[in-house]
Design a protein around this ligand. Structure first.
Ligand code: PG9
Length: 626
């Protein structure tokens, strides 16, 4: 029994703490050794880096991820004596990294969490937008230089991989690469923030990214957290009027990146000069690189394919270029992936990719063993649920493999232009009642009940039921119809406004009954969709008002598809003029900068879509499908 004295505290005057000054962890049974180091960069700034070395590692390759998302957190999930158990989430993939016997390196990029220096969102590469001596590529170089001299258990070979922002840093490593960098795997990388990744899509601003910018951009350790007083993000952003006004109401004009967004609403040189696909096509590709693309990526569905398209024509880049794409959401490839939202894929497509594509690719370059490389392109074809391999993706330009889906009267779609098919479809787009992109309420992105992760796979029947969404549907297909590529909508329309947005969705309509999965009966699965801000119909750089009531052509390029529409299914196209609050609302009255549009500029407009002059160009062969 404890006596009273055992609990006695020292008397007044002495400093007492329950905590030892230097606690020694008992970790001799751990199957790894963890080192926390501050690696000096060429300008003296030190970057916090965690190195996890498997206990018996000898001659092991190193796999690095550079992140703004807290390396310490990424290396401590499910704290355990087993390396595989502390690396379950983020980019860690225990089956690839730990079972593969690699040394794991996780680093906070400059300005975030344990690292010194200042944070710049998607820090531009050295050049016209960055006059300093450092960028993410020099930080990667300096880190690799340190690692090859200070990790004795390694074989001196380094790979870099990561999803999204960490995919972006995996691309920046490819500029003037360190000779020990043997392989890079950018997964769902953010590449061009204006064209189609996280910030804008063809000029429409992803308003739901404001909380991300707030959390990441306001403080080093994300201690200032976005707050809302409204559970439904639809109501919240509607009340806030413009994206600029919402941000300012949260003090975001103190954040440099937010100020940049307000200053650069168009695709000006500020955006062009930091687009990684453009920069990399000049740089070439010296390091074997596998780009990983998710066909239902709700965040960065532009970047990987843009880089692939920029490099595939480059004779010097091609030998180092690989592509894998699968039926995943953002980062889905690193998890179990036998479901695509509510659609059953019948096998774990994430595991297949990691086991048959990623692991051999990494092992070939990082281990001193002769392991066969995967195909240049490994692609999952949805609909038919098959993996296929190719030497390269079909060229994006249209050739004899192209088909055209023409709008028809009576809300039809057909591969042949019907003679005498003319007229208009009209709808009223009212900015006070924008079309929600998921069923209301829109549960905010970081809430566990949010539909964010799967919104691209959401059933589009709710949209089809609205009077301000134009839906056109084909007859039932009698043969399979396969598309591989980025469809191009040639939309001809007039509006009573002087600006406006056009959203185009390509949809696979399931049969009325699906015996194997009854909940899929009549499901409308979007296989690709995108938005174009009308003022950019002729030039992304130089916006122009839309002349009211005059027909204009709106070319809307849709993201990559590799899909077979099966017999018994129908093809649908939906056209609408808002997708909210995913994208900010277009006031439909031309103002210089929509980011700060005043309340009185938001006005309803009547849209007339021309039947005979609207069609979708598809990279696939129609054969006798219809
Ligand atoms: N999509 C996220 C992001 C990347 C780059 C910039 C901003 C956001 C991400 O998942 O990291």
């Amino acid at each position: 029994m404890l006596t009273q004295t055992a609990f006695a505290r020292p008397g007044a005057g002495s400093v007492y703490t329950d905590m030892p000054t230097d606690f020694h962890e008992i970790n001799s049974t751990f199957d790894y050794v963890r080192r926390d180091v501050m690696i000096p960069m060429r300008d003296g700034v030190r970057l916090h880096t965690i190195i996890l070395v498997p206990k018996d590692a000898k001659n092991a390759g190193m796999l690095m991820t550079r992140t703004p998302y807290n390396a310490a957190h990424m290396a401590s999930l499910g704290s355990s004596s087993h390396m595989a158990s502390i690396l379950p989430g983020y980019d860690n993939m225990p089956d690839v990294i730990v079972d593969g016997g690699y040394i794991r390196v996780l680093q906070d990029i400059r300005g975030k969490y344990g690292s010194e220096g200042e944070f710049v969102m998607n820090r531009p590469m050295r050049g016209p937008l960055n006059s300093t001596a450092v960028d993410e590529s020099t930080d990667t170089w300096d880190t690799i230089e340190w690692l090859v001299h200070n990790v004795p258990q390694s074989n001196g070979k380094v790979g870099i991989l990561g999803v999204s922002y960490d995919g972006y840093t995996a691309i920046t490593a490819l500029f003037h690469p360190h000779p020990a960098l043997k392989v890079s795997v950018p997964m769902n990388p953010m590449v061009d923030g204006w064209m189609g990744d996280d910030w804008f899509h063809n000029g429409a601003f992803r308003e739901e990214m404001l909380p991300y910018i707030y959390d990441q951009g306001a403080t080093r350790k994300n201690t200032a957290e976005w707050w809302s007083s409204t559970f439904d993000a639809y109501a919240f952003f509607l009340n806030g009027v413009s994206a600029g006004a919402v941000g300012k109401s949260r003090g975001m004009d103190q954040i440099g990146f937010f100020r940049q967004l307000l200053t650069h609403p168009a695709y000006d040189t500020w955006w062009q000069l930091q687009a990684l696909d453009r920069l990399l096509s000049r740089e070439g590709l010296k390091v074997p690189t596998m780009l990983v693309h998710s066909l239902w990526d709700q965040e960065d569905n532009y970047g990987a394919i843009a880089v692939y398209d920029a490099l595939r024509k480059h004779p010097k880049a091609r030998p180092n270029l690989w592509l894998a794409m699968g039926p995943w959401n953002h980062g889905g490839e690193i998890h179990a992936a036998s479901m695509l939202g509510s659609i059953d894929l019948h096998s774990d497509t994430g595991l297949y990719f990691r086991r048959h594509v990623l692991m051999p690719f990494l092992a070939h370059y990082l281990k001193d063993e002769a392991i066969a490389l995967p195909a240049r392109v490994t692609a999952y074809r949805s609909g038919e649920d098959e993996w296929e391999t190719m030497d390269s993706l079909p060229a994006p330009e249209c050739d004899d493999q192209c088909s055209f889906l023409y709008f028809q009267q009576n809300h039809g779609l057909a591969f042949k232009k019907a003679s005498g098919s003319s007229g208009h479809f009209t709808y009223v787009s009212d900015p006070d009642h924008p079309v929600p992109y998921v069923t209301l309420p829109v549960v905010p992105k970081d809430n566990v009940n949010s539909g964010w992760r799967w919104w691209l796979t959401a059933d589009q029947r709710n949209a089809a039921a609205r009077p301000d969404v134009l839906s056109l549907t084909s007859e039932v297909l009698t043969a399979p119809f396969t598309i591989t590529g980025e469809p191009l909508m040639h939309l001809t329309a007039a509006t009573t406004g002087t600006d406006g947005d056009f959203v185009v969705k390509l949809i696979d309509v399931y049969p009325d009954e699906v015996a194997s999965q009854p909940t899929m009966g009549g499901y409308q699965l979007m296989v690709s969709g995108n938005i174009l801000r009308g003022r950019y119909r002729k030039s992304f750089e130089r916006p122009e008002p839309i002349p009211a009531n005059k027909k204009q052509i709106y070319p809307v390029r849709l993201p990559m598809v590799n899909h077979t529409f099966l017999p018994g299914h129908r093809i649908m196209i939906q056209v609408q003029s808002s997708w909210f609050p995913l994208y900010d609302r277009n006031p439909q009255t031309y103002v210089d900068n929509i980011m700060v549009a005043p309340k009185e500029a938001y006005k309803p407009a009547t849209i007339s879509v021309d039947v005979s002059e609207s069609w979708l160009e598809l990279h696939g062969s129609a054969k006798s499908a219809l």
